[in-house]
Design a protein around this ligand. Structure first.
Ligand code: HAM
Length: 416
């Protein structure tokens, strides 16, 4: 690990080999599956106006109130992206009709000024999707099914999907009024945060982790009991559709999610290998009004760092995805070195992984380097071989070697 001045900032990491191969596996398999579901990639800028987040995530959410890296270089206050949904909707809102029925995905770094701890970083990465369109329980079910299939593609087992509904915006007013009424007599026994939440955002009292608050919440009726029948049926259809698709989910009455844009379905995926920060993903249906018109959609985001910790706990390691084998060119003398520069270019042009020393070194030193690089085959050329138009090819696993014509070699090496 780097020490002192060479360490990255607290809560941020350098992502390097061999771990990077696990990251690349996740990214490559995600892109492939997103293509099968007809999602297009979107890359929004890291910086957005703070108002984009205030108007979508909500003024009183922890992310907006406490966790944004924001600054004001000129007229507008800007923030580094703390999540991907708001910027995506900002982009789609500018696309007119097309933006109202779009399917996009992103794989991108996010920034939240949180207290770093296991599983909680200040720069982390999300794989996420957003599908805009009018509320439709089948769209929510498809989104959850896609997420579950992603986990399968990555090879992750042992995760659990929890689901709930927050109802429509109108339901939420009713739920909030009722909760506030019921909680009033318990106000003095709630934690300080929840006393504040009662006035600001009473729904958040429901998922408070404080034991005293949890005990009080357990005595209250479920949120869905305050919703219209239509909203209850909506959630029922999502769960039923998922059941028909073979995707197992668990109803969780205390799941609320910490962002204000959600309506109807909300869900989270947790993994047993993680500690207190055990959510590998969160998602839900939302309505975001950045302009005059609210844009409805559904989506999710998966935290890559937490997914990787969970994969490793399942015995899936980066080494399994590291590039293996390859060729190594050994040059004996300056003439061979110059010739091998040309030959390496030709081999690389054929898509072969190929390394060589770029200064004259002894045969022993070059073979040592070939070994360290894990080369499967070494090609040795000196003055004699150059003069004859040949090369010696050595199989590093079998230890055998033979002299071959250079004209046949490139073709021979490209064979699988
Ligand atoms: P979120 O629950 O805030 O939702 O984040 C989604 C996931 O990102 C979390 O489940 C977690 O795995 C990861 N994550 C969040 N904060 C951190 C952190 N500080 N360190 C490491 N990982 C973290 C959203 O961001 C929504 N935009 C999801 C969404 C998309 N809803 C609809 N569409």
């Amino acid at each position: 690990m780097a020490s002192g001045e060479f360490q990255p900032l607290q809560g941020m990491s350098d992502i390097h080999a061999p771990e990077i191969y696990l990251w690349r596996m996740i990214e490559e398999r995600s892109r492939k599956l997103f293509n099968c579901y007809d999602y297009e990639e979107l890359r929004t800028p890291v910086l957005e106006k703070v108002s984009v987040y205030q108007r979508s995530l909500g003024d009183t959410t922890d992310v907006v109130k406490k966790e944004m890296y924001s600054f004001k270089p000129s007229k507008h206050e800007l923030a580094m992206r703390p999540e991907g949904t708001a910027g995506t909707i900002r982009y789609l809102a500018g696309r007119g009709e097309e933006g109202l029925n779009a399917r996009v995905f992103y794989i991108a770094p996010m920034f939240r000024y949180e207290r770093p701890q296991a599983g909680r970083k200040r720069q982390f990465h999300q794989v996420g999707v957003e599908a805009t369109g009018e509320p439709n329980p089948l769209a929510d079910a498809e989104c959850i099914a896609l997420q579950q299939q992603l986990l399968e593609e990555w090879g992750l087992t042992g995760s659990k999907i929890q689901i709930n509904s927050r109802g429509t915006k109108e339901d939420q007013i009713l739920i909030s009024d009722n909760l506030r009424g019921l909680l009033e007599e318990h106000r003095g026994n709630l934690c300080d945060d929840c006393q504040r939440r009662m006035d600001e955002n009473v729904l958040r009292v429901i998922d408070c982790k404080n034991e005293k608050c949890k005990a009080i919440v357990a005595t209250l009726p479920e949120m869905r009991s305050f919703m219209t029948q239509e909203s209850q049926d909506y959630l029922h259809t999502v769960i039923e559709t998922l059941g028909q698709m073979g995707v197992e989910v668990e109803y969780d009455r205390s799941l609320v999610r910490g962002l204000d844009y959600y309506v109807h379905t909300v869900w989270e995926i947790t993994h047993g290998a993680l500690g207190a920060q055990n959510a590998i993903a969160g998602g839900g249906r939302y309505e975001i009004a950045l302009g005059k018109k609210a844009i409805p959609g559904v989506g999710f985001a998966m935290g890559m760092e937490r997914v990787i910790t969970s994969l490793e706990a399942c015995g899936i390691t980066a080494e399994q995805f590291a590039p293996k084998g390859g060729l190594w060119l050994v040059s004996l003398g300056d003439e061979a070195l110059a010739e091998n520069m040309k030959f390496a270019r030709e081999l690389r042009g054929k898509g072969l992984r190929c390394g060589m020393e770029l200064t004259a070194k002894s045969m022993k030193a070059q073979m040592r380097k070939a070994n360290r690089a894990g080369a499967k085959k070494v090609i040795i050329r000196g003055e004699d071989e150059i003069a004859k138009g040949t090369a010696i090819i050595k199989d590093m696993e079998e230890g055998s070697q033979e002299e071959v014509n250079l004209s046949d070699l490139a073709e021979m090496l490209s064979r699988p």
